[in-house]
Design a protein around this ligand. Structure first.
Ligand code: BV8
Length: 244
């Protein structure tokens, strides 16, 4: 399905473009989204019950193993046409800011640069107490492993629910959204704040706001262009139309 000509016009005229991606962009790489039912062993848990500091302190082993399972999934995943189309799109505008809620690092693997990872990255590990990155630790069989410096518990370097995001990243993302000519919200259910506030800031500033999602979301009725389809299909079509 070709994108609307009016949208291609807007993109051709745009100087500043901001993009927010969610789990839907990695779905076609085989990384399950948050709204997908958790599979197998994890079917009985919901992410909100595991991705919090309290859940970790209540059962560090369980939470660590959930992330170890997800790291395995991510390690086997490759960027898909949606990630690759965003790399090409970035080269078409004087200013382009990619902001992701995903923690899988697939945008960087595809070649995207200067990516704002609002919720961190599952492949990085940090000390729960010192909040500093740890790259090596003794494999003593402890689950979770212990910090080599202070002996504290190690945890994934992601932003859990009820944890604050990096103020620097959030400010940069908010500024890029609120000054964008075109804002694309791709593969996100728009349920998690403050990330979900970015398309609202873009709308408020008068940007042309585009949503790419096979399903409707709380923003579908508010955006200028709602492209109902998979990111891995719609984004390459958008890039092809821009080349013409
Ligand atoms: C904060 C990292 C201040 C971890 C994540 C009550 C108490 C406490 C807090 C709150 C509260 N009420 C609200 C809050 C704030 C809370 C929040 O928003 N909660 C929600 C649930 C209501 N937010 C926070 O806590 C944030 N911090 O506010 O700090 C504070 C401090 C103390 C107390 C209060 C507030 C921190 C939020 C960050 C959480 N960490 N991830 C990890 O990954 O394990 S969030 C995690 O879930 C993801 O990162 C992502 O952001 C979110 C999932 O959203 P999506 O990416 O949109 O994925 P989803 O599965 O939902 O949707 C996928 C979409 O893709 C669907 O629409 C689907 O249709 C579409 N799709 C599917 N296939 C495709 C596709 N689209 C395109 N193509 C396809 N092929």
């Amino acid at each position: 399905m070709k994108p609307p000509a009016e949208l291609i016009e807007k993109l051709r005229a745009a100087k500043r473009v901001a993009v927010l991606t969610g789990a839907g962009v990695s779905a076609e790489s085989g990384v399950p989204t948050f709204r997908d039912a958790q599979t197998g062993l994890w079917a009985q848990y919901s992410p909100e019950d595991l991705a919090t500091p309290r859940a970790f302190l209540r059962n560090p082993k369980l939470v660590w193993e959930w992330y170890a399972w997800r790291r395995e999934l991510v390690a086997g995943a490759k960027p898909n046409p949606a990630h690759l189309a965003l790399v090409e799109l970035a080269g078409r505008f004087p200013e382009f800011q990619l902001i992701t809620q995903n923690v899988d690092g697939l945008h960087q693997q595809a070649g995207s640069r200067n990516v704002i990872e609002l919720h961190g990255n599952i492949t990085r590990t940090k000390c729960f107490d010192e909040r500093t990155i740890v790259t090596e630790w003794a494999e003593t069989g402890d689950i979770p492993p212990k910090c080599p410096r202070c002996g504290g518990l190690l945890r994934p370097d992601v932003v859990w629910f009820e944890e604050t995001l990096s103020a620097t990243d959030l400010n940069t993302a908010m500024r890029a959204s609120a000054s964008s000519d075109v804002f694309l919200s791709i593969g996100t259910s728009g349920l998690v704040y403050p990330a979900a506030g970015l398309p609202i800031a873009a709308l408020g500033h008068g940007a042309t706001v585009v949503e790419i999602n096979p399903q409707p979301t709380p923003f579908t009725a508010k955006v200028h262009f709602a492209l109902a389809g998979a990111a891995g299909i719609v984004l390459p079509e958008l890039v092809t139309s821009l080349r013409e």
